[in-house]
Ligand binder design. Structure first.
Ligand code: TYC
Length: 105
């Protein structure tokens, strides 16, 4: 048997065991650049769905515009999926080709 925290042998010998609880994996939500989605729309999305202030939203939008992609937030799997779906839905409604994806951290 392996030592468990609190086992008599472990306590006596002072053996350290690795904690067995694991953090749930986190997911990066990524925004992709394109040539057509208006900058103001991207800024609006970042303010509305990612709780950024106007200056932060402009900065991240410009990063995507210049580099092609940027992380806009890190969330649990369920929240990341919801954010991606919300971005895609807002873009679809306005007929912008904006793309948003998620990736395990
Ligand atoms: N490249 C777009 C433009 O020049 C702006 C843009 C920024 C589009 C970020 C998408 O995720 C994006 N209008």
């Amino acid at each position: 048997m392996t030592n468990r925290p609190g086992d008599r042998e472990e306590v006596e010998l002072g053996v350290k065991t690795r904690p067995r609880t694991q953090r749930p994996p986190m997911y990066k939500v990524l925004l992709l650049n394109d040539d057509f989605t208006p900058m103001e729309f991207v800024v609006h999305v970042l303010e509305r769905l990612f709780n950024m202030n106007h200056a932060q939203a402009i900065e991240i939008m410009l990063t995507v515009h210049r580099k092609g992609i940027a992380v806009v937030g890190v969330f649990s799997h369920e929240i990341a999926e919801t954010k991606v779906a919300q971005v895609m839905e807002l873009a679809r409604r306005q007929q912008h080709p904006l793309q948003c994806t998620m990736e395990k951290e």
